[in-house]
Write a protein that binds this ligand. Structure first.
Ligand code: PHE
Length: 342
């Protein structure tokens, strides 16, 4: 028994030394440990068989096995520590992290150029004391036309290529109907702006079937054309710079009398004449006029007591002039190359 066990201890030792010599990484070191020192390992098996050894032989064999066990534990332990250390060193070398590199910026959203011009227009007027009012985009014929002095057979209806929806209602062709809602629901003094989407059957480089307007209205006793000129030239100067030339040119709208259009000096050629201003040196930017007495009568305000002015402008047109954009469709196509310029 004793001879046989001593023989076995010695051969396990030889085998273990050969195995340890061929260990090259952390996982083979671990399988080697399991092979000899694990629960069903070869050294463990010898230790288990000790119970069959006679008590006088046991100390001799016991010492031999324990020496082998301690030696294997020591060798495998330090081997695996070394292997782990070099594995860590290799991965530090390989996955080098440069903490001085600048971070990668996440792409951030931004305000659409049309929305920013829209807000800029509105805030110029709120800065002058105007309040903001909104109204429905689906209107009745009465609010879009009739109450604004555009009767059924009025030729001005042809200028508004209207989209009709069911039961005679329509998509508003301008935000002027909000004037009527506001004058019906509150007494003067009134100073309001009406921003929002409007719709016309039009589609080319300078027209879109849906576009944005900001209209406005001021009504009180003794409002004159001088107030109109003062407010709207202040607006033009805020929007296009204090040096912007501004002029009023006689025009016609059914709901204002007298009516005018406001032009600014051409932002492209500074008035010399170019393709954009059709050689006139001026660019039309908004329509305006004194509220027609017929409109006051529709909303039951006495035209002898009250007077007022109204105006309206297309937001796309203002934005196109401000940023010198020559195709309205760029605003709606969501092309990042365009949008990222603002
Ligand atoms: N509603 C007119 C349009 O859409 C603009 C306008 C508003 C003109 C108020 C005069 C007064 O063309």
């Amino acid at each position: 028994m004793k001879e046989k066990l001593l023989q076995e201890i010695s051969s396990v030792k030889d085998m273990a030394m050969a195995d340890i010599a061929s260990v090259s990484d952390v996982s083979s070191a671990e399988s080697c440990r399991v092979k000899y020192l694990g629960k069903r390992g070869l050294v463990t098996a010898i230790l288990k068989s000790m119970k069959d050894v006679s008590s006088d032989e046991r100390p001799i064999i016991g010492r031999e096995v324990n020496v082998l066990k301690a030696m294997l534990e020591e060798k495998l332990g330090s081997l695996s520590t070394d292997l782990k250390k070099s594995r860590l060193e290799r991965s530090i070398e390989k996955d080098k992290l440069d903490i001085t590199l600048p971070g990668r910026a996440l792409p951030a959203g931004r305000i659409h150029p049309l929305r920013s011009v829209f807000c800029e227009i509105v805030s110029i007027f709120t800065g002058l004391g105007f309040s903001v009012f909104e109204g429905p985009e689906i209107e009745t014929d009465y609010y879009n036309f009739e109450a604004l002095n555009v009767s059924e057979d009025h030729p001005a209806r042809d200028m508004h290529d209207t989209f009709y929806v069911d039961d005679g209602r329509l998509l508003r062709t301008h935000t002027s109907p909000v004037q009527i809602h506001v004058m019906e629901s509150r007494k003067p003094p009134i100073a309001g702006v009406f921003p929002g989407a409007v719709y016309r059957r039009d589609n080319d480089v300078s027209h879109s079937p849906m576009f944005y307007q900001v209209e406005g209205l001021m009504v009180d006793k003794n409002i004159t054309m001088g107030d109109l000129k003062g407010v709207l030239s202040t607006f033009c100067h805020c929007m296009f710079g204090v040096g912007a030339g501004v002029r009023l040119r006689p025009s016609f709208f059914p709901f204002t009398e007298p009516s005018a259009e406001i032009d600014i000096r051409c932002v492209i050629c500074s008035g010399k004449g170019c393709r954009v201003c059709k050689q006139t040196g001026w660019l039309e930017i908004l329509g305006c006029g004194m509220v027609d007495p017929a409109v006051f009568e529709k909303v039951k305000l006495d035209p002898d007591e009250y007077s007022g002015f109204a105006f309206g402008m297309g937001v796309e047109r203002i934005a196109m002039l401000k940023y010198m954009i020559n195709d309205i469709r760029l605003f709606y196509e969501n092309d990042m190359r365009f949008l990222e310029q603002f």
